[in-house]
Design a protein around this ligand. Structure first.
Ligand SMILES: Cc1cc2nc3c(=O)[nH]c(=O)nc-3n(C[C@H](O)[C@H](O)[C@H](O)COP(=O)(O)OP(=O)(O)OC[C@H]3O[C@@H](n4cnc5c(N)ncnc54)[C@H](O)[C@@H]3O)c2cc1C
Length: 388
């Protein structure tokens, strides 16, 4: 049994802790926030994500809180008409041998937290901000902001897109900005304007922006995400409250359904869209990375959190198979790199395609129409066919 330190207690960090504990190791999770919390927003989880959650033992808790949409509807924001759809019913379930669900991020984190708390080998610490690490021949020492240290035989950086562990390990520059700003809002079901589709994931495409919405929390809440072309300034703060004026401007000529959705929330929060170009490897010796710390992606394939869950399952297998931590970490990275790089690169391309106008938009729509319905399954097989 080895002792591992996990820096960060988000979706990736808690998943990594569960994985390492199940592989027979002791784990200390260091989370900078005073509590394990996630902001109110939704997350889409494909059948691959569900399988990863089952493998980590968190699905039984989570399944009580998910919503199963009937389809992903891809629609024209201006005209309101459907361009294409991915049906998520019986045919999808048969094809991918699993369900497609949408969840509240807080429920996903709570499911992972409840699972981690049941593992005696996991110690959870909050208000513990990791600012760096020191490598020793047989150990890694995590350095905390309060001047204390935590020693383990291995370190997993799960501290998100602006990871301190990654900064010291790889020394790469700041994340690359996509030129988009993402706005998120959550409203109660009763507030959803009449006539708005609550049964499906709706993806509205417009020039210079797109909107996604779907119900969460067993259908009692409604999640809205809008992404628009907008610069993100040096002094802007991630997750700051906003009036979403830019979103309303971009969608000013959209159909009544979209405008009604965007007019309803009283509170919006905004983030600068950012990712990092994939790297060949994200580990060294007794240190590795997981989730957004390893491969932060734009959210346009709705797969960042699910990649963290898959990462954890693969890490669990290699930790169980190999007593040598460094060897297990390298095998995990080698297995995960191609798939996560594909997610990052494809999401990056979609950023342009989603907000296109003119000929590019016409070509996009023709493609979506051509591969609509069950024909869309083949297009998505590489993503959803993953299994542990
Ligand atoms: C608008 C939007 C929509 C999305 N939709 C989806 C979706 O539908 N499906 C999907 O799969 N993914 C989606 N994602 C992606 C997903 O949110 C992320 O990939 C996921 O949250 C990454 O989890 P993480 O734990 O790696 O990082 P984070 O969520 O960033 O968590 C990092 C954790 O580490 C802590 N931390 C940070 N620094 C330190 C430190 N120095 N010391 C200690 N602790 C630290 C933080 O407090 C936090 O708890 C979306 C993202 C966005 C922005």
């Amino acid at each position: 049994m080895a002792s591992l330190i996990v820096a960060g207690g988000g979706i990736a960090g808690l998943s990594a802790a569960i994985a390492a504990a199940r592989a027979g190791h002791e784990v200390l999770v260091l989370e900078q926030a005073p509590r394990f919390t996630e902001l109110g927003a939704g997350i889409q989880v494909g059948p691959n994500g569900r399988r990863a959650l089952e493998e980590l033992g968190a699905w039984d808790w989570l399944r009580l809180h998910v919503v199963y949409p009937h389809a992903i509807r891809i629609r024209h924001a201006r005209s309101g008409r459907d361009i294409g759809r991915v049906p998520l019913g019986e045919a999808f379930r048969r094809r991918f041998r699993g369900t497609y669900q949408v969840v509240h991020r807080a429920d996903l984190l709570a499911a992972l937290l409840a699972t981690a708390e049941e593992e005696p080998a996991i110690t959870l610490r909050t208000s513990a901000r990791v600012v760096g690490f020191r490598e020793e021949p047989d150990a890694v020492v995590a350095l905390l902001e309060d001047g204390t240290e935590a020693r383990g035989e291995g370190l997993v950086g799960a501290d998100g897109i602006r990871s301190r562990v990654r900064a010291q390990l790889l020394g790469d520059a700041r994340p690359r900005l996509s030129g988009h700003v993402l706005y998120r809002a959550l409203i109660a079901r009763e507030e959803v304007p009449a006539g708005v589709d609550m049964d499906n994931v709706n993806l509205w495409l417009n020039a210079r922006g797109h909107v996604v919405h779907y119900p969460v929390k067993g259908g009692t809440m409604f999640n809205i995400v809008a992404s628009v072309n907008e610069p993100w300034g040096e002094n802007d703060t991630w997750g700051e409250p906003s009036d979403a004026a830019m979103v309303k401007r971009v969608f000013a000529t959209a159909c009544a359904e979209v405008r009604a959705v965007l007019e309803t929330p009283q509170h919006w929060m905004r983030w600068g869209g950012a990712d990092r170009a994939p790297v060949d490897t994200w580990g060294r010796g007794r240190i590795t990375l997981i989730g957004d710390a390893a491969h932060p992606t734009l959210p346009y394939l709705a797969s960042g959190a699910v990649m963290a869950l898959e990462d954890a399952v693969v890490l669990m297998r290699h930790l169980a198979q190999d007593d040598n931590l460094a060897a297990a970490f390298r095998a995990y990275e080698t297995e995960r790199q191609p798939r996560t790089a594909r997610i990052v690169n494809n999401s990056h391309k979609l950023a342009r395609v989603y907000h296109a106008s003119g000929l590019l938009a016409a070509g996009r729509d023709a493609f979506i129409r051509f591969t609509s319905g069950p024909a869309s399954f083949d297009r998505m097989a590489w993503l959803y066919d993953w299994r542990p």
